[in-house]
Structures are given as C-alpha cells and as structure tokens.
Design a protein around this ligand. Structure first.
Ligand code: SF4
Ligand code: MG
Length: 324
C-alpha cells in the first residue's frame, strides 16, 4: 500500500465563510507486505484521516493511493467494493462501532454476507472459526454487544475486520478506549493473528509504548505531515526530529535510560490545521527553532547517508542534530 503526495481537505464553516482545513498535507508513505507500520502523533495530527483515505473510506483531495500496484485513489463502484474487501479497519471505539441491535455473530457474519463470500452452513462455520481465533466463546454467538465487556467487544470488532481475510488491516487506536488491564490482551491478539494470517497492519496510536510494542517501522505525524520515519528500534534509540524527542521524553516508563532523558515539555497546543504556521510547522513549539525555521519548510528526506528520513533543518549530513 503506497501513498504519494496525499492531501485531504475538509470544508468547514458556514456558507459565505468557508475555510479549508487541510487534515493531511502531502504524505508519502509505503507499507511493505506483512509489516506493522505505526503512525503516532497527538490527536488532531491527521492520523485517523490518513488511515481513512488510505483505506478509501474517504477520497483524497489530491495525490494517489496505490494498492498492489493499482491506483485506487479514484476507484468507485465495483472496484471500490473489491478494495474494501481487501483493506479493512478496526475502529477506536468498540461501543459505537458495533450495531447494538445485531447479535455479535451476525455482526461478524455481515461482511461475509454483504460481499457474498459465504452463506448457510459455510457462513456459520466461518463465524465459529473467527470467534475461536479471536478468543470469543462459540456460546456467545447470539449475545448482543451490550452484554459484553469492552475488551470482548473489541474482539468482535477484530473478528469482523478479519472475516474477509483482508491483506491490509488498519487499526485506529484499537485499545485507547479500553481499560489498561485488558489492553495487553487485545494487542497480543492482534500480534498473534498477524503472525498466523500474515496481513499488513497500519497501527495508529497516540501512545508510543503501544507502537513500540507492536510496530516494525514508525512514522511520526505533526499537523498533517510526517516529520520522521524509521525502524522502531532506530526511532527509540536515536530520535532525530525535535518533536519525536519531545514525544519520547513525555513517555519514559518503558525505556531503561529514562532517568537520563530530561523531560521536554512543549509549550502551547498544536496550531490549528485551518491556519498552519509558515516554514516548519513545528517552529511555534520547537525549543531549538532558528530563523530559517520560520520561513523555510523542511523536506522529509534522509539527512545523513545512513540516516532515516526526517523533516528538520538542523539535522545535518554527518548525522548530528538537535538534542533536547
Ligand atoms: Fe525545530 Fe527548525 Fe527542526 Fe522545525 S526545522 S523541528 S523548527 S529545528
Ligand atoms: Mg484519531
């Protein structure tokens, strides 16, 4: 799955006073088959919108989405249905994403019915298999979402997303609405399922320890842009972008060297995507910003020969750069 120059705008405001909110602003991204790719950033950074555009739940304003070599950015009708069979989403909120009037067996069976993949006994056997894979008791087939715990409901959401055996699964904050005590169970389930079924996963989260646990590679998003992309181990060992460093310092418990890392507190909130700052979008909060940052927009490129892509003027070709 590949994105090139992806842009997504929303019109906001009333007639006569419309403005454009650019939620995703020129994203290039490539997911290799079978990998788990993490997307992190504060809420409002455009992660969920990017996920929805990649999945073609929304149409991009500009740029392309390619899936298995085919441009699907403008796909419609039957072609889009075929895309939606292969690319599936697990939503953040297992409370609102399940129809309260349907039994959980019917919820899991629905995509198989709608896409005419199975029916009758075959359908029931598939549902039983999915229940088993996702740790749901077969006896619960006729229960309703309100009879289950949050963790069990998210298992239903995962079973539904996997029912069509997708090649790409986008999981948008799949555990952030759940009690901490059940989060690990859901994350382990996703990991095990991926190992068994081999799907590619885009894992969206604001929680760095969760993406560290789940992902092979990670992209950090800020105000509609990707500011750094690296292998997970590299990102945590040597974060280059000041924003990545600030995010990491705010989330120390998992890191052995946490005591040595001073905590960086960013001033202010992320600016509105309705009126993004010129130059580097992070300059209004960056502790090491210089004059050039206020006028020139840094490109997301490898700054050192052996380095990963990072969008910051101060990261230099010899690999040195700002350390907060
Ligand atoms: Fe900070 Fe400048 Fe780098 Fe942007 S380009 S992250 S403002 S140092
Ligand atoms: Mg979101």
């Amino acid at each position: 799955l590949r994105a090139g120059g992806l842009v997504k705008d929303f019109q906001v405001g009333s007639v006569g006073r419309r403005s454009v909110l650019r939620a995703v602003d020129g994203v290039d991204l490539e997911l290799a088959a079978g990998e788990t790719f993490g997307l992190v950033g504060e809420s409002g950074s455009g992660k969920s919108t990017l996920g929805k555009v990649l999945l073609r739940l929304q149409t991009p304003t500009a740029g392309t989405v390619e899936f298995e070599g085919r441009d699907i950015s403008r796909a419609g009708g039957r072609e889009l249905r075929a895309v939606h069979r292969r690319l599936r989403m697990v939503f953040q909120d297992p409370y609102s994403s399940l129809d309260p009037r349907m039994s959980i067996g019917d919820i899991v069976a629905e995509p198989l019915r709608l896409h005419r993949v199975a029916r009758g006994r075959d359908l029931e056997a598939r549902v039983t298999g999915l229940f088993d894979q996702c740790g749901l008791a077969a006896a619960w087939r006729h229960r309703y979402p309100h009879e289950l715990s949050g963790g069990q409901r998210q298992r239903v959401g995962i079973a539904r997303a996997l029912s069509l055996r997708p090649s790409v699964l986008i999981a948008d904050e799949p555990v952030s609405a759940l009690d901490v005590s059940v989060q690990a169970g859901i994350l382990n389930l996703l990991k095990d399922l991926q190992a068994d079924l081999g799907f590619t996963c885009l894992f969206i989260s604001h929680d760095l320890s969760v993406v560290e646990f789940m992902c092979d590679r990670i992209a950090v998003m800020y105000l509609g842009r990707i500011v750094e992309v690296a292998k997970a181990s590299e990102l945590f060992a040597l974060p280059r972008h000041p924003y990545t460093q600030a995010l990491l310092s705010a989330d120390p418990p998992l890191h052995a060297d946490a005591a040595a890392t001073p905590r960086v507190v960013l001033s202010g909130d992320m600016p509105s995507a309705l009126d993004p700052p010129p130059g580097c979008r992070f300059h209004t909060r960056c502790p090491v910003a210089e004059a050039v940052c206020r006028t020139e927009d840094p490109a997301l490129v490898p700054r050192a020969a052996d380095g990963h892509p990072v969008a910051c003027h101060l990261v230099l070709a010899d690999g040195s750069g700002p350390r907060l």
